[in-house]
Design a protein around this ligand. Structure first.
Ligand SMILES: [Zn+2]
Length: 180
């Protein structure tokens, strides 16, 4: 999809002041940290992040302009199911509002008092990185299938190499030891 702005050097202020909206589809493979989160499960080139940006300004009581950005996004990525260790599909979705503040001190001071997330204003902001950060935060701590496709088998690889001695083998050893 065509858009005029560089998403890694995004002019948030202009975007907000012009009340702009942007709808994008970006291949998952453009986000290396998301690809890494998917372990080694294949991600097809058709797999995309759907996202939408809305910029707007709010006037404060002291007639200052606040820069706001709304970010909505969704993507399906494969993660390792912690039950069966096969790939399980996960829908990550983001719906957040950000307000840009002038510095870190303001962000720290105001953060507890508001619902929105605060970001330190940068004239050229990396929107792609913000999107990736937000999606990564949506990854479940313990991804699992709702229903695993294969019946669960206990992890017997180690045991298979060293089978439990049969009771008869144990008896045989006892017999040997009892020999003079
Ligand atoms: Zn599973």
């Amino acid at each position: 999809m065509k858009h005029s702005q560089d998403l890694q050097k995004f002019d948030t202020k202009l975007f907000a002041q012009q009340n702009q909206q942007l709808q994008l589809q970006t291949p998952v493979t453009d986000f290396p940290r998301l690809v890494e989160a998917a372990d080694s499960w294949p991600i097809s080139a058709q797999s995309v992040v759907y996202w939408q940006l809305n910029g707007f300004v709010k006037k404060t009581t002291v007639d200052q302009e606040q820069i706001w950005l709304e970010l909505k996004a969704s993507v399906h990525i494969p993660l390792t199911c912690q039950k069966c260790l096969e790939a399980c599909d996960n829908l990550l979705s983001v719906d957040r509002q950000f307000r840009f503040v002038k510095d870190e001190a303001t962000a720290l001071r105001d953060d507890d008092d508001c619902e929105e997330d605060l970001l330190v204003f940068d004239r050229l902001f990396n929107i792609s990185e913000l999107l990736e950060d937000e999606l990564l935060m949506e990854i479940p701590l313990i991804p699992v299938h709702e229903t695993c496709p294969k019946p669960l088998v206990p992890q017997t690889d180690d045991q298979a190499l060293e089978p439990e001695p049969s009771p008869f083998a144990v008896l045989a050893q006892l017999k040997d030891k009892s020999k003079p």
